[in-house]
Design a protein around this ligand. Structure first.
Ligand SMILES: N[C@@H](CCC(=O)N[C@@H](CS)C(=O)NCC(=O)O)C(=O)O
Length: 198
């Protein structure tokens, strides 16, 4: 199996970390989404990463579908079995991914518009969502014991991306969230090398 990814992508970081944790071997192919390479758009019409490519089977996207595929491959080790716990983890992942969506919307607004067309109210609206989401996480961090799940990897991916692109803008006033990577790293020692990197 191979994963189309970019080192800065938080969604790809989530999937790559989860696969590593589960001991699933995936080779990684770096992709520049800006150039729409055939290998990307032939496998995902949306032109987004991550995409998991399997021998003789259809490609899998987006990151959530890949996470659930990895979970099945690993005999259910990535998500809790009990219904209520599983829902909690899935909602945590949805929140972290949703915050990443807002952060990316901000990045793309700045990156893909000429200066005079950047719409600050749109950026502000996305940032308000980020603030609400991070404040919620500060008060509702998941228990982080020996057994990790999809929610932990989504949270780790989010914090890695915040550090990469929004350094100095999110950690103040959120000590629990800012120090959570120390706890996570004790459970997953590859975090430092696998989180989003520019
Ligand atoms: N919901 C998707 C989001 C994927 C996504 O937005 N990936 C970004 C990179 S971090 C991307 O491919 N952007 C290129 C584009 O939107 O054209 C997932 O969970 O995989």
């Amino acid at each position: 199996m191979k994963l189309l990814y970019s080192p800065a992508s938080p969604y790809a970081a989530k999937v790559r970390m989860a696969a590593r944790y589960l001991g699933i071997q995936i080779s990684e192919v770096k992709i520049d989404t800006n150039t729409n390479p055939p290998e990307l758009i032939d496998n995902n019409p949306l032109g987004k990463i991550p995409v998991l490519i399997r021998d003789g089977e259809p490609p899998i996207y987006d990151s959530i579908a890949i996470m659930h595929y990895l979970n099945r491959q690993a005999g259910g080790q990535l998500y809790p079995k009990k219904d209520a716990k599983r829902t909690d983890v899935e909602v945590l992942e949805a929140l972290c991914d949703g915050i990443m969506d807002c952060l990316l919307a901000i990045m793309y607004e700045r990156r893909f518009h000429p200066e005079e067309k950047i719409h600050q109210p749109w950026i502000d609206k996305q940032w308000e969502k980020v603030v609400r989401g991070l404040d919620y996480l500060e008060k509702n961090l998941p228990k982080t014991g020996k057994k990790l799940n999809g929610g932990h990897f989504a949270l780790a991916a989010l914090i890695g991306y915040l550090d990469l692109r929004f350094n100095g803008q999110w950690a103040e006033g959120r000590p629990e969230l800012a120090s959570w990577p120390d706890i996570f790293s004790k459970r997953f020692s590859h975090y430092g090398e696998m989180k989003a990197a520019g």
